[in-house]
Design a protein around this ligand. Structure first.
Ligand code: UDP
Length: 450
C-alpha cells in the first residue's frame, strides 16, 4: 500500500460495554459522550497511521474508532502508506525510540529527504479530506511529518506516540532530534508513559493516555473450549516443530516478528532451562505471517532467525517448542486464532526488551491468564508484580524467565488467583470508556472549553 486509503469501520454502540462497568462508570461515560457530541458537532476526527493490520495501533483503532462512531461522532481512519525506503527510515526511528540502533543506517539529511518525499506525495490527498476545525490524531513517527500542513489547514493536530523508553540514551536522543521539527507544530502530544516524552515537549500539552482493549472484539470475545480446540489445532499454523500438543501445558508468547519482542530470547531461555521446567510443558511462539504487516520491514528476517535458532536446538528442545505463523489475509480469523492461543495457554510470556505498551500483555490478562513479562516501559504500569502477573527485572536473563515459569507452573492456585487479579486490572484500567474520556478531555482543552 503506497497511497492514502480510508479504513471502513462499522459503528458499534457503546452500550455494549455497559454490563462490564459500574453504574458510576456508565454515568461518567454518558456525560462525556454528551460533551463530545457538542464539541465535535460539524467536525470530523481523523486518525492517521501507516497500517490497517498487525500491531497494537491498528488493533486499537479498529475498536476505538468503532465505539466513537457509535456515539454519533464523525470519526474516520486514513492509512498513509509508503515504499520500502520510507518504512526502513520509520522502522529505524521506531527502534531508536526504543533505545537500540535497529539497522546500521543513519538518521541524516538523506533519511529525512526519503521521509519527506513520501509524505509530500500524500499531503495533497490528506488535505483534501481535512477541513479547518477538524481534529487530527497522527499516530507514531510515520505520520508526524504531516503535522505542519494540517495545522496550516486550520485543524487541531495531536501527535500520539505509542513507543518510547524510560531512560533516554544516545539512540533515543538521535531519533527525537530527527522528529522534533516534525512534531512541534502539533498542539498536543500523547504518550503511553510520561517518561517517554523528550524534554522539549511542552508539558502543558502532554497527555498520558495508555491504550485499551475491547472485550467484544474477535481478539478477546469468549470462545468455548471446542472453538479454542478447533482454532489451535487447525492445519498449517506451525512453521517449525511438530503439531501443537493435545496433552500437556503451553507457555505462549504472541508478538510481531520484531527483535525487541525477543522471541529468540524466549526460545533460547526455554531450551537452555528445559530441565527446570515440568516435562509436560511446551513453548509456542506465535506471530503474524511475515509479509502481513506493511510497516514492519524486519519481520521476515526476524522470523528466519528464529527458525534457524529452532533448527539448531537439540532434538529434545525441538520436540517441545513450536513456531507458529498466523495467516493475515482474514483479520477476524487472525484475531480469533490469537484469542484461542491466549485462552489455551497455561502461562503467557512477553519478554520484550522495550515496550511502549503491550496489548499482548493486556489481552491474556483479560482472559484470566497469568503473565510473565519484562519490567520495561508500559508493562510496568500494566502489571503489578506478584499480583496481576510476574515481572522480569532483567529481560535479557533467561534464567530469571525460567525461574518465574517454573514457580508458576508448579502452583495452580497462584495461577488462578493471578489470572483473576489480571482480569480485574484490565477491567479497571484498560477498557474503552477510560480511553474515550481522556480523548474528550483533551479535545475540550484544545477547543478552549476548560
Ligand atoms: N497480533 C495479532 N496477530 C499476530 C501477532 C500479534 O493480531 O499474529 C496482535 C496482538 O494480539 C496485539 C497486537 O498485534 O493486539 C500487538 O500489539 P502490542 O501493543 O503488544 O505491540 P506492537 O506490535 O504494537 O509493538
Amino acid at each position: 500500500m503506497t497511497g492514502v486509503e480510508e479504513v471502513a469501520v462499522a459503528p458499534i454502540a457503546l452500550q455494549r460495554l455497559e454490563p462490564l462497568l459500574t453504574p458510576e462508570r456508565v454515568e461518567r461515560l454518558e456525560t462525556y459522550v454528551a460533551v463530545a457530541r457538542r464539541l465535535l458537532e460539524g467536525r470530523t476526527v481523523w486518525n492517521l497511521n501507516s497500517t490497517a493490520r498487525g500491531g497494537g495501533v491498528a488493533e486499537m483503532l479498529h475498536t476505538l474508532v468503532a465505539y466513537a462512531a457509535g456515539t454519533g461522532v464523525d470519526i474516520r481512519w486514513l492509512v498513509v502508506g509508503g515504499d520500502p525506503d520510507f518504512f526502513a527510515v520509520t522502522k529505524r526511528l521506531h527502534n531508536r525510540l526504543h533505545g537500540v540502533p535497529g539497522d546500521a543506517g543513519a538518521l541524516d539529511a538523506a533519511a529525512r529527504a526519503t521521509y519527506d518525499a513520501t509524505l509530500a506525495r500524500h499531503r495533497g490527498q490528506v488535505l483534501e479530506h481535512v477541513r479547518p476545525g477538524d481534529v487530527v490524531l497522527l499516530h507514531d513517527p510515520q505520520t508526524a511529518g504531516l503535522a505542519q500542513a494540517l495545522r496550516d489547514r486550520g485543524a487541531f493536530v495531536v501527535w500520539r506516540c505509542h513507543v518510547g523508553l524510560d531512560d533516554h540514551n544516545a539512540w533515543t536522543r538521535e531519533a527525537w532530534g530527527f522528529l522534533r521539527e516534525l512534531v512541534e507544530p502539533a498542539q498536543a502530544c500523547i504518550f503511553s508513559r510520561e517518561s517517554f516524552a523528550p524534554d522539549w515537549v511542552d508539558r502543558r500539552w502532554l497527555r498520558v493516555i495508555p491504550p485499551s482493549l475491547d472485550p467484544f472484539s474477535p481478539k478477546n470475545i469468549d470462545l468455548d473450549a471446542a472453538e479454542v480446540d478447533r482454532l489451535v489445532h487447525r492445519e498449517g499454523l506451525v512453521v517449525e516443530g511438530s503439531p501443537l500438543p493435545r496433552d500437556g501445558r503451553v507457555v505462549l508468547q504472541v508478538s510481531r516478528w520484531d527483535r525487541l519482542k525477543d522471541m529468540a530470547g524466549v526460545l533460547d531461555a526455554f531450551a537452555g532451562h528445559l530441565d527446570e521446567l515440568p516435562p509436560d510443558v511446551h513453548l509456542v511462539l506465535a506471530g503474524p505471517e511475515a509479509t502481513g504487516v506493511a510497516d514492519d520491514p524486519e519481520a521476515a528476517e526476524v522470523l528466519a532467525e528464529c527458525r534457524a535458532l529452532w533448527r539448531a536446538l537439540p532434538t529434545r528442545a525441538r520436540d517441545r517448542s513450536h513456531l507458529v505463523s498466523v495467516p493475515m489475509d482474514d483479520l477476524d480469523d487472525n484475531a480469533r486464532t490469537v484469542n484461542a492461543l491466549q485462552r489455551w495457554a497455561t502461562v503467557v510470556v512477553q519478554k520484550s526488551l522495550a515496550e511502549g505498551f503491550g496489548l499482548t500483555v493486556t489481552e491474556p490478562m483479560w482472559k484470566g491468564r497469568p503473565v510473565v513479562a519484562s519490567a520495561v516501559g508500559g508493562i510496568l504500569d500494566q502489571v503489578e508484580d506478584g499480583v496481576s502477573g510476574l515481572l522480569l527485572r532483567d529481560p535479557r536473563d533467561g534464567a530469571e524467565l525460567a525461574g518465574a515459569l517454573s514457580s508458576l507452573l508448579a502452583d495452580a492456585g497462584r495461577r488462578e488467583e493471578m489470572g483473576r487479579a489480571a482480569h480485574e486490572r484490565v477491567r479497571d484500567h484498560y477498557l474503552a470508556d477510560r480511553h474515550l474520556i481522556q480523548y474528550v478531555e483533551l479535545f475540550a482543552q484544545l477547543m478552549g472549553e476548560v
